[in-house]
Design a protein around this ligand. Sequence first.
Ligand SMILES: [Zn+2]
Length: 455
Amino acid sequence: MHPFIAKYLFYCLEFLRRENVFSFLKELEKNQYLSKSEISVLQKEKLNKLLKSVMSENSYYKRKYRGYDPIVDFASLPILTKEELRENYKALVTNKNQKYMDMVETSGSTGIPLQFYRDRVIFGYTLASLYRGHRWWGIDIGSKEAMLWGVPVSYKNRLKVKLKDIVLNRFRERAYNVNVDTLLDFYKKIQRKRPVYLFGYSSMVYEFAIFVEQMGLIGQDLYLKNIICTAEKINSFQKKKIEDIFGCKVISEYGATEAGILSFECPMGCNHISDDCVYVEIVDEKNNPVPDGKEGRVLVTVLHSFSSPIIRYDLGDIACKSTVNCSCGINLSSLEKIIGRTSDVVVTPHGQTYHSIVFYYFIKDFMEKHGGIKQFKVRQVAIDKLEFHFVIDHSSKKKIELYIKKQVLDKFGSDMKVAFIYHDYISRERSGKLRDFETVLDVALYKTNCSLKGN
Ligand SMILES: [Zn+2]
């Protein structure tokens, strides 16, 4: 479909859905060039408006914040957890605003389904925030898109997604249970349909890049302008490999179904936070703010969530804010690192805890020296045992095993046993995501002193 027709179709669709994406986009594109202090004032105004609204109209929050002045005591307000959202999503809805609400469902990082309500304003701002990021790279609404993404299970939802894909000028390959035939078909489809960009789960796009390389296909023949990776942290070796094979820049998008777009990478490499849509706090174990440049848990407040407020919501992620100003001209603040999920914790036989990001550093160092690992996953199957699952390319098993054993010994001590399991393919979750760490331990029992340092 011609991008102009696609943009017009999208305009009609969002007009019918009353999402106001175009007017929100205009507003957000103006905000990004305000000075840092003006953005901060705007964000505070939006935050205070939301807090005033919940204290006068939302009975759930009125109860939750009893004894607090939410505007003055914001940093000490009780947080909203995933479990709380899961159990109270109906009660969280603001009494007077039940019109134009949609029920949204996500698998959540734990795999336990999470349902909640979202109104059209939130949908509109989320899309506007996404398109603002796209437009930093010259990708406009209506540009043709190839997707490596999930496909719904039920026939009705599959049909809905198919129609949406047509209107939004995109086509998809399911990111679950792929094989040589489906990936080859996807490659040919991209060659034939000439999308402007590819969008997908980081690990799945990486897998596609490796497939293209191994099949002797030419990634640059696809003429992709950009590749947008999301939903999982993208490792630097994955990013480099994808960029080398397809000959275009990989862009990181960080978001959550519950909160919308949190950050989007600009052409200078900064992950700019959508300060005018979300208020992001980085806090320590006691919910106290940590200085910029230091890792902590991500709390998010969705600034336009009047109908079903999301305030100080613990996303279950670890990240840190940047201390440097970006030179791209956009004055939104930025995240320096997005590290991963708080639940991904390794426990040693002596009770010490580390974030599973340590494995990323293990693999990254190995890949920089030797390359050859196509997929990996680590499972802690007992307090003193780690299983390393690999799909490898040309690297010798012996080299990997010696390297991993040494890293584990140095990091976790001699009581931690290691097992290696090799596969042709490591299966993904039904959504298409690939979890690179799993544990059978109840990490909440150990997590009080988790070290976030990878090295
Ligand atoms: Zn920038």
